[in-house]
Design a protein around this ligand. Structure first.
Ligand code: NAP
Length: 251
């Protein structure tokens, strides 16, 4: 593969057409990265995010890939490197829920969530690490969830995928620290987005009662931590899982 060299650092945020991923991409663009905006189904929304970056004088390119199909995540990373010349930061953010009690959970609901949230993060990371090893530097940031640490009824598939991401983070941090690559996980709590808008009022009220900072988070709260972990300042932090949850689950 011929890679076009680029002096500007490149960040890929999976699932950046909406929600938390969009806020991360916009924040990384503000911090001077050229950003790869990725979408699954919402190409038009991804194009809008890219246009917002470009209007502010930044560089953004749009890539589509269905991450339910695990192999697509590796191809996505290769495509970004080919088109944008390098990859310095990979944020594995794309994620889905298929909530129901375990006894009612269909195999396809288990598989879709594990493939999208965990297996695709592995495949993307594997492709990114091969490139980052040559550069002897890189940042991988996995967007887990507070429920991956504390568990949650009705979300066996989602919780398992997020706990798996935390384990993957620790393993990759140990494997590739010597190559200058840091791997960390972010565990958001209750953040306002399309995903949490689906929750019913009782669940929202119950969560709010358990949050010491007495408010739900904003996507920008999570993006600020991602930007820090991507930065040079975070160079001695690896293998960690850091919460952005208003104090919901200190660990
Ligand atoms: P969201 O608003 O539902 O957005 C999900 C993003 O993932 C979208 O950009 C979507 O792309 C992409 N995506 C979903 N399925 C995909 C697939 N099969 N292939 C490719 N892309 C796919 O979710 P969010 O709330 O921003 O959550 C982002 C991440 O944070 C997720 O990993 C989630 O588990 C985690 N998180 C969120 C919260 C929260 O409170 N919101 C809390 C903890 C953790 P398209 O729309 O283009 O298909």
């Amino acid at each position: 593969m011929t890679e076009v060299s680029s002096p500007v650092k490149v960040a890929l945020v999976t699932g950046s057409s909406r929600g938390l991923g969009k806020a991360m991409a916009l924040r990384l663009a503000q911090d001077g990265y050229a950003v790869a905006i990725h979408y699954g189904r919402n190409q038009a929304e991804a194009e809008k995010v890219a246009a917002e970056v470009q209007a502010a004088g930044g560089r953004a390119e749009v890539f589509g890939a269905d991450l339910t199909v695990t192999a697509n995540a590796g191809t996505l990373v290769d495509d970004v490197i080919k088109a944008m010349g390098r990859l310095d930061v990979l944020v594995n953010n794309a994620g889905i829920t298929r909530d129901t009690l375990a006894i009612r959970m269909k195999d396809e609901d288990w598989d879709a969530v594990l493939q999208t949230n965990l297996s695709s993060a592995f495949t993307a990371s594997r492709a990114a690490i091969k490139h980052m090893m040559r550069a002897r530097s890189g940042r991988i940031i996995n967007i887990a969830s507070v429920v991956g640490l504390m568990g949650n009824p009705g979300q066996a598939n989602y919780v398992a995928s997020k706990a798996g991401l935390i384990g993957l983070t620790k393993a990759l941090a140990k494997e590739y620290g010597g190559r200058g690559i840091t791997v960390n996980a972010v565990a958001p709590g209750f953040i306002q987005s399309d995903m949490t808008a689906e929750l019913n009022e009782d669940t929202r009220t119950a969560y709010l009662a358990g949050i010491p900072l007495a408010r739900f988070g904003q996507p920008e709260d999570v993006a600020a931590l991602v930007a820090f972990l991507a930065s040079e300042s975070a160079g001695y932090i690896t293998g960690q899982t850091i919460g952005v949850d208003g104090g919901l689950y200190p660990h």
